[in-house]
Write a protein that binds this ligand. Sequence first.
Ligand SMILES: [Zn+2]
Length: 87
Amino acid sequence: MTKLNIKSCPSCEGKRIRKVRGSWTGNFKGETYTVPNLEYYECPDCGEKIYDREAMKQIESHSPAFKRAKPKRKVGRSARSATSVRP
Ligand SMILES: [Zn+2]
């Protein structure tokens, strides 16, 4: 298991970054979705949020972006799929 151990904010280097757990709301193409009980890091100084692998998985499992692909285009499945989610 790879666990992130974040001690300072990668954005502002603030030391007050901490792990929080709670309901997280995301937005995908105007559609909001909620991930209950998500654990992630949040910097109270700049608002930066960092998600570790597990959090990403949870977000992905709730995000409409990762739901079973709707048959939009008839392109074969791509060998690579993005592993990162960027708003
Ligand atoms: Zn920060």
